[in-house]
Write a new protein. Sequence first.
Length: 155
Amino acid sequence: MRKILCRGWSPDLNCWVYGAYLDHCNKATCFLGEDKPEYHEHKIIFDRLIDWGLPNTIKVADVELESIGEFTGEYLNEKEVYEGDILEAAGNIGIVRYGEYRNTFACNKEKHIGFYVDWTNKDTCLRNDLGYWISIRSTDVQIIGNTWENKEFEQ
């Protein structure tokens, strides 16, 4: 079984927390079907070491919905790559996203689903698949931030 890891910005802790994402609905909506966004709390569940020899404790932190990103399972220059990270490659800027995309170099332009790089310059002919950029293992490809801390890059 693969481990699904998410990160989110916790305003209460004033830092990033890493763990399992929970969308907690705090109202019973099953009878009326009135599920509203304001009924949902977004949380990351994680464990913390208290002291050597003692068991880790489970913690829950409220996180900002827009900051939540899933771990792609990939590392770039020994850093974990998350959805919402901003990459710089070949002088271009791209945002790591999850969803349906078409690879720029695919002859038949078939659709793919997964993590990809959404280049901000739409005129570029760079590949979209994240795996390609991870596999070239070049210092020319770097994570330069994320869309939560650099809102000017979010589209």
